[in-house]
Design a protein around this ligand. Structure first.
Ligand code: ARG
Length: 467
């Protein structure tokens, strides 16, 4: 039986009927729907609409639906079910008889879908938060293992200054820490319960909203029934957080791809996460990285879909809101599936430290440090910059590095140059002078790893508090 056909004289156009259904995708919400329905049933019993006996039947029926679907997903093959709410009602009535129809007393699908989607998004925040934690831990492990290995840091894609490999990896950890925080923040705001909001104006039965809310682990009931049934900010916030995360991973993927080219040669792609070419036998391609970059585009598209779906909607529920489900599911499933793969890739990638070190020692990457040398001798920075620029020019002509210039050549440029210059521009010294919090001096980087680990474990604790 349909949930709404009483006032209709004509049957629906069959194509339209099928076209407007959402069950094919909202069947993902089954668990949330069963949980929320059980909370509603308990509240109904307190109002007297269900007797204790009827409540027991309803709860048992709901549980059975979950078990039966777990046993055979075939059950979900129901071309009549309009959506997850209709499906559960049909199943329930099939299992416990007409008393099943009582469950819909005092509620509306509008509040149900809002509740289900909040439960779904909350679980997704937790799952993705945990996966992000694993990835960040892996990056920290790799950073630690890299010790004092160096790599060029780039600006404008030109070699800039040497940094510790660990410092470079820590940059990605920072992004992920922000992503974790964003999900936590989003979770806080979404964790309120629409049950009891009715179709738009609030339930017609005196349901205990506090009780339903706490049974479902929400912080409290939503404050306004119109907003509660029409709000999808939480989905948008969440998918936006995911698109920012996907953007971070996409930048990471792009950089790894670049560094894996023969031109850079800084990393060897892990075979377990790469593929070959059907035409060129020598090839190994970084497909994981390319797909991460490609999938990021679609997650960003999901966030855009949500924004545009919502921007023109008057209050309160409109069927357009059904279209907010798929971008939410797609973004979630995409990120859930790619994070463990990115972690696996990161665990198995091989760094070519030798090649990185060679690159970090050529191309005048100690020029900034050389200017600092003159500054420490009392020369103003602008002048020092000019003098080192001249030294670089000369070295270019002589096809050597700055430390390859003779002292009398340097003297001719600036008389502050002395013997200690050659020591000052050595790689270790160049790293060590970046002795500020957040800088690449090895002692600072070691500290940064410890700080990042602490941040991660406190994020982990917060996550456990939810579990
Ligand atoms: N399948 C619908 C959705 O996802 C459920 C709410 C239907 N409400 C209604 N008034 N037709 O939005």
């Amino acid at each position: 039986m349909k949930m709404w056909s009483g006032r209709f004289r004509q049957p629906l156009n069959p194509e339209f009927e099928n076209w407007q259904r959402s069950f094919e995708f909202d069947c993902r919400l089954l668990e949330c729907e069963l949980e929320a329905s059980a909370a509603h049933a308990r509240a109904l019993e307190k109002t007297g609409v269900l007797s204790a006996d009827e409540l027991a039947k309803v709860l048992d029926g709901l549980e059975q639906i979950g078990e039966r679907v777990a046993d055979s997903a075939e059950l979900l093959n129901d071309p009549e079910a309009e959506d997850i709410h209709h499906f559960v009602e049909k199943q329930l009535v099939g299992l416990i008889g007409d008393v099943g129809y009582k469950l819909h007393s005092g509620r509306s699908r509008n509040e149900q879908i809002a509740t289900d989607l909040r439960l779904y998004t909350r679980a997704a925040c937790d799952e993705i938060g945990a996966a992000l934690n694993n990835l960040a831990e892996t990056l920290l492990d790799r950073a630690e293992q890299a010790g004092n290995a160096v790599i060029p840091a780039y600006t404008h894609m030109q070699r800039a200054e040497p940094v510790l490999v660990a410092h470079w990896l820590l940059a990605y950890v920072e992004m992920l820490l922000r992503d974790i925080e964003r999900l936590e923040d989003c979770r806080k705001r979404l964790n309120v319960c629409p049950l009891g909001s009715g179709a738009v104006t609030g339930s017609t039965l005196p349901l205990d909203r506090e009780l339903m809310s706490s049974e479902l682990g929400f912080e409290g009931p939503t404050a306004n029934s119109i907003d509660a049934t029409s709000d999808r900010d939480f989905a948008l916030e969440f998918v936006n957080a995911l698109s920012l995360l996907a953007l971070h991973l996409s930048r990471w993927a792009e950089e790894m791809l670049l560094f894996s080219t023969q031109e850079y040669g800084f990393i060897h792609l892990p075979e377990a996460y790469s593929t070959g070419s059907s035409a060129m036998p020598q090839k190994m391609n970084g497909d994981l990285l390319e797909l991460v970059r490609g999938k990021a585009a679609r997650v960003i598209g999901d966030a855009t879909s949500l924004l545009i779906s919502l921007k023109g909607l008057p209050l309160a529920y409109n069927k357009d809101l059904q279209e907010t489900q798929e971008p939410l599911f797609h973004a979630t499933e995409t990120v859930v599936s790619l994070l463990p793969l990115v972690t696996g890739w990161m665990q198995s990638v091989h760094f070519n430290f030798e090649r990185m070190q060679n690159a970090a020692q050529t191309g005048y990457m100690n020029a900034f440090a050389a200017a600092t040398y003159l500054v420490r001798k009392g020369v103003s920075f602008r002048i020092a910059h000019g003098q080192i620029g001249k030294a670089v020019r000369l070295a270019l002509d002589k096809q050597c590095e700055l430390q390859g210039l003779r002292l009398d050549d340097l003297h001719a440029i600036d008389n502050h140059f002395a013997d200690d210059f050659y020591d000052f521009v050595k790689l270790e010294k160049v790293l060590a002078i970046h002795e500020v919090p957040g800088g690449t001096a090895p002692a600072r980087v070691q500290q940064a790893i410890i700080t990042a680990r602490k941040k991660l474990s406190s994020a982990c604790e917060e996550a456990h508090a939810h579990a």
